[in-house]
Design a protein around this ligand. Structure first.
Ligand code: PLP
Length: 356
């Protein structure tokens, strides 16, 4: 099928084939990666290679360290403020919808001093705010680079004037090129663009580790993962292995993030122009803020939307239902969704509009 699921999402077919081929016997070891010691030489190579590829793809220099955690992006909503908030310095957030709101909520639960310096709540989170100023007394500024549910995305990142930027990049990491230098920390659940669920990628600028309060529980401190190269306890080995294969696919088959971005741009443009052209469809995100990853749109009635999703699925175009909190339709066009899938979707959308 052509898989437009929002996450867990499609994985590149060559990666799945490789996983299948290596499942029972990883490179002549006579075992699956699932059965291997996380302290073995083979796994150590898998881990190092995944890290090296992530660093190359994102052009991270040695100021940054790549960590593998568990607990999803949702655990980062509280780990980030626990580790990086400075005493007497508020944490600034920009609220662009569900995921930022949840991150804000977790910091509040911890009793942190939270300032929401901009929000797009006034228009149902249909845009990325442009009018705000970052205060230099903040601990850091937190943003969600892509709002998976509303289909909005930061086109360029805010200038923070030296305050570390922290981003939840769960739904657009590895989809485009960006300059990592303003970031103090980036986190992403792997299950959209990077691999299977079960591993969370955290990229931390090493100087941020100095902020980690020593009294935090061991597993909730970034220093624990940084000092032991993500091997303090048993990491999600198999998920890390698949992440490594996805990174290899990105580097060696796609040819890097510039190429990936161009492909993603052309897929998104194809779908948005269909939406703009045909009266039956209405894009929900403001055109300036439209996401290349999650394309959200409505049809005139919920009944038609239901019919659209069902008929699309019968054609092998699956996962087009909007998030349950907002309704409507959503096509997630992550890296592994081929151009051909979007061509088929657009063809179906034209036909559906003609027939209905
Ligand atoms: N952040 C964003 C932007 C997301 O899209 C999601 C899930 O869809 C999450 C966080 C939650 O991630 P997890 O399920 O890994 O906790």
């Amino acid at each position: 099928v052509y898989n437009f699921n929002p996450g867990p999402a499609a994985l590149p077919l060559p990666v799945l084939e490789r996983v299948r081929d290596e499942l029972l016997d990883y490179k002549g070891t006579g075992m699956s990666v699932m059965e291997m010691s996380h302290r073995s030489q083979e796994f150590s190579r898998i881990l190092e290679e995944a890290i090296a590829r992530i660093k190359r793809l994102l052009k991270l220099d040695d100021r940054f360290q790549v960590l593998f955690l568990q607990g999803g992006a949702s655990l980062q909503f509280c780990m980030v403020p626990m580790n990086l908030a400075l005493t007497g310095k508020p944490i600034d957030y920009i609220d662009t919808g569900t995921w930022s709101s949840k991150a804000i909520q977790e910091a509040k639960i911890l009793g942190k001093d939270v300032r929401v310096i901009a929000s797009s709540e006034d228009k149902e989170y249909s845009y990325i705010p442009g009018n705000f100023s970052v205060d230099e007394d903040a601990s850091y500024l937190h943003i969600t680079s892509n709002n998976t549910i509303r289909g909005t995305q930061w086109k360029s990142f805010p200038n923070t004037g030296g305050i570390p930027l922290v981003a939840d990049m769960s739904s657009d990491i590895f989809s485009r090129v960006f300059d990592p230098s303003p970031f103090g920390l980036i986190y992403a659940g792997a299950q959209k663009n990077a691999g299977p669920a079960g591993v969370t990628i955290v990229i931390i600028r090493k100087d941020m580790l100095e902020r980690v309060p020593p009294e935090l529980p061991t597993m909730l401190k970034y220093t624990t993962y940084a000092e032991k190269n993500s091997l303090y306890n048993t990491p999600p080995c198999f998920a890390i292995y698949v992440v490594g294969l996805v990174m290899e696919w990105l580097e060696e088959e796609i040819g890097g993030l510039e190429k990936m971005e161009a492909i993603n741009r052309s897929k998104a443009e194809m779908l948005y122009s269909c939406i703009d052209e045909i009266e039956m469809y209405r894009g929900t995100a403001h055109p300036d803020s439209r996401s290349m990853m999650n394309v959200t749109f409505r049809l005139p009635t919920p009944e038609l939307e239901k019919k659209f999703v069902e008929e699309a699925a019968q054609r092998g175009l699956v996962g087009l239902k909007g998030h349950r909190s907002v309704g409507g339709c959503r096509a997630s066009l992550y890296n592994a969704v081929p151009v051909e899938a979007v061509e088929k979707l657009v063809e179906f959308m034209r036909e559906f509009a003609r027939n209905n």
